[in-house]
Design a protein around this ligand. Sequence first.
Ligand code: FAD
Length: 406
Amino acid sequence: GGTIVVVGAGQAGFQAAASLREAGFDGSLTIVGDEPVAPYQRPPLSKAYLAGKATAGTLALRPASFYADHRIALRLGTRAAALDRAGRQVALASGERLAYDHLILATGARNRPLPVPGADLAGVLQLRTLADADSIQARLAGVETVVVVGAGFIGLEFAAVAAARAIAVTVVEAAGSVMSRAVSQATSAFFRQAHEAAGIRFVLGASAERIAGADGRVTAVETTDGRSLPADLVLVGIGVVPNADLAAEAGLAVADGILVDHTLLTSDPAVSAIGDCAVFPSPFAGRAPTRIESVQNAVDQARCVAARLTGRAAPYAALPWFWSDQGRLKLQIAGLARPHDRAVTRGDPATGAFSVFCYRHGHLVGVESVNRPADHMIARRLIAERLPLAPEQAADPAFDLRALVR
Ligand code: FAD
């Protein structure tokens, strides 16, 4: 029994509600979401959906009937504006107040705005929501030249989709390599070359300094190294900011996200936080608390909290894994490879299929696989179960990895 309110109708919020019902929670259950649509998958927004190979209907995590069938009330298109922790109530922007016995914050993250003049010109866009994807899609038809600011996952996925539509694409990135915060040098270099071979141009080690426009519309991106890159459309993908304001204003502990303990409880035992907004201690991340932006993390943290709230408390210890599709290249990552002090490659990158095994102090901490899904599945087990694999064995194509997990 009891009443659970979930704030945030994204991947994590949806999964928390679904898992609570699956685990037998039979009290009142409400999800509050500020987007106007029922929970959907974000990953296809920068991949199949933007490429025109998926429809909004196929993105929905469940059909509308699911929520009715499972007595999950959806309050969509409305923000949770304030928390009254002493009175255990959430105040919605609409003025309505929802009482709770337990509150789950699954507020996700929002795009980091580009802090330069001209960033508000028409045609300068970001991608987080279905509405963002629709407005990009609507403009893409007439576009000939695109500049992508930021060579992270979303920037590169978008660049690949645009290049496949014969649009001239230039990617501007402040770091000296692509996906530098997330992957090994070998994987980064491979992706840069593959994108260049597909016609994408890179300007590395420079940032956007100003966006130029005419009649309120973007015309070019001016960079710190003195270039003016023509653009009909600019896609800004420079990372996200966790949505922690609601928690902070209610006096919960925050630091680049909502701080939670190893069971995903905030500093208030009646409030949990999960997904992109949560900063948690991970057994795979070394000592410092971490925040992970991935479907795996959102789903597994939701399941962990649902289990705790239905009497099966356990520390959160799921192995992080991630994927990114960039054109015909499927990147899969098991574990958290940054930082690492040794990396060995299995398979030949020249064939377009290989894995990079990353070690920290002699332990395997992350494996990046490109078009090698079998390596990825084995790597998940090797890292999660801390099975020994010497770098020399990982690099030896004759060494049978499958035998280790049989
Ligand atoms: P979100 O999905 O962001 O959901 C949070 C929801 O809460 C949002 O709807 C937000 O508007 C709402 N909200 C916030 N504050 C309030 C409030 N006060 N009141 C009401 N509602 C509120 N991950 C992968 O693993 N693989 C991928 O390939 C991949 N690709 C991606 C591509 C794109 C374009 C994007 C944007 C993300 C991608 N991700 C990918 C990341 C993944 O989608 C996120 O990690 C995941 O959605 C996080 O789920 P979440 O529920 O924590 O946050």
